[in-house]
Write a protein that binds this ligand. Structure first.
Ligand code: ADP
Ligand code: MG
Length: 409
C-alpha cells in the first residue's frame, strides 16, 4: 500500500483522538469494540465520536469488522501512517509530504519537507508486506496472526534502524542523519545520490571497492555487521576531491568539475537487519556482505581484487586488537533491547525478510508493482476478545490534536 496523505489535512482533532483510541484498543483487541473506542478516545460519547468513526472508516484509516460476538474496528496501515505523520508534524520534523521515491520490499520511501524547505526522507516500515503477498507457504500461518503483530514488528524495525543510524552517525560513519522516529516510521536527511546499483561506470573501481571493504571492517571494529550490504543500500555521492578543492569555487556545479577531481563517497543505509559481531551467525552474515560486494564488482565493473578476503577472522582480530566503541551494546542500552532484537529477528526469519538480496534477479531494474491488495486486508475478525482491563491510553498530546492542514499532496 502507498501512503496517501491527501485526507490528512481534513482530519479534525476529534478524528485524531478517535484514531488514537482505536490504536490504543488494538493493543488488547484484534477488533476494537465501538464503545471501547468511544471510551479510549477520551471524548464524550455522542454524535461527534460516531461521526468521526464513520469518517475514519470512509477513508480507510480504520476498517469495520463484524465479529461473531460484536462489531468493531481495527486500525489499518493507513491509520497508523496518519498517526505517525501527525506526530512528525507536531514535533516539526515534517511539514509537508512530497513524492514517493521508492517502494522497497519492506518499506515505502517518501520525500518530505521541513518548514525551512529542506527535503528529508520519511521511511515507512511495512514488515511482512511482500511476504504476505508472495510467500505462499507462510501465508496460512501468517493469516491468523494478528495485524497488531506486523504493526508492532514494523515499529521495532523503525526503532532498530533509528537507533543504529544514530549510533553510526555519532561515531563518524557515513550514513544519513537520523532526525525522528515515530511508530513504524523514521525521518532522516535526504542523500542526494544514486544507489550503486544505478551507477554504470566508476572511474576507479579498485578505490571504491577497497573503501567499501574498509567500511565493512570498520563496522566490525565497532561490533557490527550490516547484514544487507549491497548495491541498493549504498548511495554513492559525488563530491569535489579535497585535493582539487582550490581549483573550484563552492558554487561550481558538479557537472563542471573534471572527472578526475570528483570523489565518490559511499553512504550506507538500511539498518533493520544489522547484527552484532557476537551473533551466532556473525561469520555467515559477514561473509555474505563481503561476497555481495565482490560479486557485484565483478559482474558490473569486471573488477576482481587480487587481495583475498577480508575474512571474518581478520575482522575479529582487528576488533579485538583495536576495538571501537561497542555500538551493538550501546544500541541495546539506548532502548532497543536485546529482547526486542530477538523478537524482530525471529519475525523477519518467519516472514522471509532477506533484505534486498532476496528476490531481485540480475537485470531486474523495475520496482515491484504495488497495485495488488495486501492479503492481510482480507483477514476478518475471527479472533475475539471481550472488552476487558483497558486503560485510558497514555494521552500523548503530541499525537492527537488539531488537524494537520499543513500536509500537502
Ligand atoms: P528497504 O528496507 O525497503 O530496502 P531502504 O532504506 O534500503 O529501504 O531504501 C530504499 C531505497 O530508497 C534506497 O535504495 C534509496 O534509493 C532510497 N533511499 C532510502 N533512504 C534514502 C535517503 N536517506 N536519501 C535518499 N534516498 C534514500
Ligand atoms: Mg534497502
Amino acid at each position: 500500500m502507498k501512503l496517501d496523505s491527501k485526507a490528512i489535512r481534513y482530519l479534525t482533532s476529534e478524528d485524531f483522538r478517535v484514531l488514537a483510541g482505536v490504536e490504543a484498543g488494538s493493543r488488547n483487541h484484534e477488533v476494537v469494540p465501538t464503545p471501547l473506542i468511544v471510551q479510549l478516545s477520551g471524548l464524550r460519547g455522542g454524535s461527534g465520536v460516531h461521526r468521526a468513526i464513520s469518517n475514519l472508516a470512509k477513508i480507510n484509516l480504520i476498517a469495520k469488522v463484524k465479529n461473531a460476538k460484536y462489531d468493531g474496528y481495527r486500525l489499518t496501515y493507513g491509520g497508523l501512517d496518519y498517526l505517525a505523520l501527525n506526530a512528525h508534524q507536531k514535533s516539526q520534523a515534517v511539514y509537508s509530504v512530497g513524492n514517493q521515491v521508492g517502494v522497497g520490499k519492506e518499506s515505502d520511501i517518501i520525500v518530505v519537507a521541513h518548514s525551512s524547505g529542506e527535503q528529508r526522507i520519511l521511511k515507512i516500515h511495512r514488515l511482512g508486506r511482500i511476504s504476505f503477498r508472495t510467500v505462499k507457504t507462510n501465508r496460512d500461518y501468517l493469516r491468523h496472526r494478528s495485524s497488531a503483530s506486523w504493526m508492532y514488528m514494523s515499529r521495532l524495525a523503525a526503532m532498530k534502524e533509528f537507533a543504529f543510524m544514530k549510533a553510526l552517525r555519532e561515531n563518524g560513519f557515513s550514513v544519513p542523519e537520523p532526525i525522528a522516529q515515530n511508530r513504524h516510521t523514521i525521518v532522516m536527511s535526504l542523500i542526494d545520490a544514486f544507489p550503486l546499483r544505478q551507477i554504470s561506470k566508476v572511474p576507479n573501481p579498485q578505490g571504491l571497492y577497497s573503501e567499501l571493504m574498509d567500511i565493512i571492517l570498520e563496522l566490525a571494529r565497532f561490533g557490527l555487521i550490516h547484514g544487507d550490504f549491497n548495491e541498493f543500500n549504498l548511495l554513492i555521492k559525488e563530491e569535489v576531491d579535497e585535493n582539487a578543492k582550490e581549483k573550484y569555487t563552492p558554487e561550481t556545479k558538479l557537472d563542471d568539475v573534471a572527472d578526475e577531481d570528483i570523489r565518490l563517497v559511499p553512504v550506507l543505509i538500511d539498518f533493520p537487519q544489522m547484527v552484532s559481531i557476537d551473533h551466532v551467525n556473525a561469520e555467515m552474515y559477514f561473509d555474505r556482505d563481503v561476497n555481495c560486494v565482490k560479486r557485484y564488482f565483478q559482474r558490473k565493473f569486471h573488477f576482481v581484487s587480487d587481495v583475498p578476503g577480508p575474512t571474518f577472522a581478520q575482522a575479529r582480530k582487528k576488533f579485538l586488537k583495536n576495538p571501537g566503541k561497542r555500538l551493538d551494546v550501546e544500541v541495546e542500552a539506548s532502548g532497543f533491547s536485546r529482547k526486542m532484537a530477538r523478537e524482530l529477528e525471529k519475525y523477519m526469519q518467519e516472514v522471509g525478510v532477506d533484505g534486498d538480496n532476496g528476490s531481485r534477479e540480475d537485470g531486474e531494474e523495475d520496482e515491484e508493482s504495488s497495485e495488488e491488495e495486501e492479503e492481510d486486508d482480507e483477514e476478518s475478525g475471527s479472533e475475539s476478545g471481550e472488552p476487558n482491563n483497558d486503560k485510558q491510553p497514555e494521552q500523548d498530546d503530541e499525537d492527537v490534536g488539531e488537524s494537520s492542514r499543513r500536509f500537502e499532496d
